[in-house]
Design a binder for this molecule. Structure first.
Ligand code: ADP
Length: 375
């Protein structure tokens, strides 16, 4: 077991591409941190730096407090699990599991004990004599996990391990991996572009964009208190609605929030003072789809139905906010149950104002209504 410290890491590839900028993150012993971000953000680069497959340009990487910048991969006591399994096709499951142990010249009895332990943990008992081609995708993934596990590494590195599986299997294996990692307590870095996977597996989730760490937090905090507009828009499905807005001073000393020409009723508690600095500035308001409701009340925001997705248990209503400059943004509202809508239908949406987010011109979070109400 081990802690991992990334300290001000930069990575510049030969040729000059800088893939990682000043990356600092401390991973505790036994923690599972999911690295998530869009393709090309630098997730795999970080993993390869950690594994010792790429050199660090600047900064220090520590495993259990020891700098490892110059330590070769085989001396880092890490095990990697990739999406393509990399099982030996001509070897049975048992031989695949034994292989890394035989390479280490472990005694036969110890090899048998470790293979038995991994097979038990991963429910591979009945499959030990099969060849990889006689296994389903999910079973192959479990064998790949087993082969990493028998080495009893201090750290697991997983690079999109589920992306070759179909959606249903992915959810099942995701749950199995989560349980396995809980039980073994091995420090794990789990790389994925899938925010749902990161949110369900990670003790904490580290969100990256363009080679920079945007925010690292437990899943719930990331969802409820995104630090900036990128994280707000990346975490959650359907994504948070991000709409151009302004705070406008009212004569009575209060503030109104305007979407285009329309006022949004503000239910957040004072102090409004803190926000006054941003009045009459072009801002972005963030509203999660579940915090928009249909209303008959006159203060609802007027919108026009563009589309409705019927998902059975809920309906995702896509509606264009009326009276906004083209291209007028489409907001998505998540409504319970099956709701019929016609394209072009006029609707009114009410906003749960105590769940609003406001972002400044630089994309940083200015107001998190839920957090501010608690504070
Ligand atoms: P991700 O895993 O998030 O998709 P990567 O770490 O693979 O992102 O890539 C991050 C950036 O570094 C991208 O711009 C990519 O083109 C660049 N990159 C990755 N590997 C190399 C390499 N060997 N040489 C040069 N540039 C690279």
């Amino acid at each position: 077991m081990a802690s991992i410290d990334f300290e001000h890491i930069d990575k510049i590839y030969p040729g000059g591409t800088q893939a990682i900028f000043d990356y600092t993150l401390a991973v505790a012993d036994g923690e599972l941190v999911a690295f998530v971000g869009p393709s090309g953000c630098g997730k795999s680069t970080l993993l390869r730096l950690l594994a010792g497959l790429e050199t660090i340009t600047r900064g220090t990487l520590r495993i259990d407090g020891q700098p490892v910048n110059a330590l070769p991969p085989q001396r880092r006591n890490l095990a990697m699990v990739f999406q393509d399994y990399a099982l030996y096709p001509h070897m049975t499951v048992r031989r695949n599991l034994e292989f890394p142990l035989k390479m280490r010249d472990l005694p036969e009895a110890e090899i048998n004990r470790l293979v038995g332990w991994a097979a038990e943990l991963l429910s591979l008992g009945g499959l030990l004599d099969r060849l990889p081609k006689q296994l389903s995708g999910g079973q192959r993934q479990r064998v790949a996990m087993g082969r990493a596990l028998v080495r009893q590494p201090a750290v697991f590195l997983m690079d999109e391990p589920l992306s070759n599986l179909d959606a249903r299997l992915r959810v099942q294996i995701r749950a199995e991996i989560g349980e396995l990692l809980d039980r073994t307590g091995i420090t794990t870095i789990y790389v994925t572009h899938d925010q749902a996977e990161a949110m369900t597996l990670g003790d904490r989730v580290a969100v990256m964009d363009h080679g920079r760490l945007q925010q690292v937090a437990p899943p719930r905090e990331l969802y409820e208190r995104p630090a900036n507009m990128f994280v707000a828009g990346f975490i959650g499905n359907p994504p948070m609605n991000l709409l151009p807005a302004r705070l406008v001073s009212t004569g009575a000393g209060g503030l109104r929030l305007q979407l285009g020409e329309q006022d949004v009723a503000l239910a957040w508690s004072e102090p409004v003072e803190r926000w006054r600095a941003w009045s009459d500035t072009a801002l972005t308001v963030g509203i999660r789809p579940e915090h928009l409701r249909l209303t008959d009340a006159a203060e609802g925001v007027k919108a026009t139905v563009v589309d409705a997705e019927y998902l059975g248990h809920e309906t995702l209503l896509h509606a264009r906010i009326d009276g906004m400059a083209a291209p007028a943004p489409v907001a998505v509202a998540r409504l319970a149950g099956l709701r019929p809508f016609d394209k072009g239908q006029a609707v009114r949406l009410s906003v749960e104002a105590d769940r609003l987010h406001l972002f400044g011109p630089d994309g940083l979070t200015l107001v998190n209504a839920a957090a501010d109400a608690v504070a």
